[in-house]
Design a protein around this ligand. Structure first.
Ligand SMILES: *Cc1c(COP(=O)(O)O)cnc(C)c1O
Length: 404
């Protein structure tokens, strides 16, 4: 079965002769057992057995199985958010005295968790250049338990050479995790490239309607299933079956939504790249974007999320030029039906590979509105930006030095 069909034909749970096409929602805290002996032995059930609402219902199992099938993994755990999926992997693997190597371009809240909480727990945290497997080879040592990747990187979109990084990590006995939220399993399957954990924010494309939060952690190795399941029990971290049903519904249209919005996004990104106020468009499918050659080699498609760096003259006016747009909304997160813009500061969130570009980028998430309406809104923004930059040039007899 192809992935597009997999997203629609969810593995149905056992039922008493009642079958629907809609996803049934099973809610539960208590799960009942036929007798005292079965209750006492519930801890011996296989991980897909039902023991307590926290550990799953038929609805959450359907979603977990769908995601495992799509990723080519042995098991998937659902988490309350994408952030929680990354944190779960790190907590499961790392102990005091261990070292973790993290891509410099990692999702900023993950960086904060590492710098504040992992360090507090006695873990050594080091960042590596996402474009340099050699940097991983240089920094890895016998105490490195985990190498955490995110490809492409948050906001600046560097695509990482995961086969090379995984080979280095495994040679040193370290596990590799990868945040695959941008690509989804439809466009890249990290487990097939040797990665041990793949984390995704289902909040984005899977949910697809900006109305829920969920994450998933999919495993390549069966030996990790039980330790992770038990850790989830100790953390008390579960998801609502109602939300899981919404994610399963969103997944049915995900392949079409993703393909359409990605095609529109690539045309808009190309158009932006030709504008004089634009310094560079960071989109893995565009030549010149960092890691574009790796994207060509490893990925089967792109996503409707990309970033734009403006010229030093235009950058200070980006915020004001966003005022009064008719289609785009301003906000974080992405992957829903509405197109979003998010100005994001980069300076200060890079340490291994100091950021040489504009102090802030503008992140575009293209939704499902008519392409002509989106194009007109972008043109309105670019016109305002051009006027504001020209006015500022006119007012400055001595151009002020630009921060780097
Ligand atoms: C949004 C995002 C997350 C976090 O997802 P939430 O569900 O919002 O916690 C993690 N990684 C990446 C790359 C993201 O874009």
């Amino acid at each position: 079965m192809q992935d597009t069909s997999r997203c629609i034909l969810h593995p149905q749970p056992e039922t008493d002769g009642f079958r629907t096409l809609a996803v049934p929602v099973y809610r539960a805290s208590t799960i009942v057992f036929p007798d005292a002996a079965a209750f006492a032995a519930r801890g011996d059930l296989a991980p897909d057995g039902y023991t307590y609402g926290l550990h799953g219902t038929p609805t959450t199992r359907m979603l977990e199985r769908s995601l495992s099938d799509l990723q080519g993994g042995v098991w998937t755990f659902l988490t309350p958010s994408g952030q929680a999926a990354v944190v779960l992997a790190m907590l499961a693997v790392l102990s005091a005295g261990d070292t973790v190597l993290i891509a410099d371009t990692v999702y900023p809240p993950v960086r904060q968790f590492a710098d504040l909480d992992l360090v507090r727990m006695g873990v050594t945290v080091r960042y590596f250049d996402p474009l340099s497997p050699e940097d991983v080879a240089r920094q890895i040592d016998a105490r490195t338990r985990l190498v955490w990747c995110e490809s492409p990187g948050s906001n600046t979109m560097e695509v990482m050479d995961l086969p090379a990084i995984t080979a280095i990590a495994h040679r040193h006995g370290a596990l590799v995790g990868c945040d695959n939220t941008w690509a989804t399993a439809l466009n890249f399957k990290p487990l097939r490239h040797g990665v041990d954990f793949v984390a995704e924010a289902l909040t984005k494309f899977h949910g697809g309607h900006a109305d829920l939060l969920m994450g998933a952690l999919t495993l390549r190795d069966e030996a990790l299933i039980l330790p992770l399941r038990n850790l989830i029990g100790r953390l008390g971290s579960g998801v609502s079956p109602d939300d899981a049903a919404l994610v399963l519904r969103g997944m049915e249209t995900m392949p079409l939504r993703l393909a359409h919005a990605s095609a529109v996004a690539l045309r808009l990104a190309t158009r932006l790249a030709g504008h004089p106020a634009v310094h560079r468009v960071l989109h893995p499918a565009l030549p010149g974007s960092p890691g574009h050659d790796v994207w060509l080699r490893d990925f089967t498609g792109s996503s409707p999320l990309f970033s734009v760096e403006f010229t030093p003259e235009a950058t200070p006016h980006v915020g004001a030029a966003l005022h009064g747009l008719q289609i785009f909304a301003i906000g974080a997160s992405w992957g829903g039906t509405r197109s979003l813009l998010a100005p994001q500061p980069i300076t200060g969130t890079r340490t291994a590979r100091p950021w040489q570009g504009a102090a802030q980028i503008l992140r575009f998430s293209i939704g499902l509105e008519a392409e002509d309406d989106l194009t007109r809104d972008i043109d309105r923004f670019l016109d305002k930006l051009t006027v504001a930059s020209a006015d500022a040039r006119g007012a400055n007899h001595h151009p002020s030095p630009q921060p780097t």
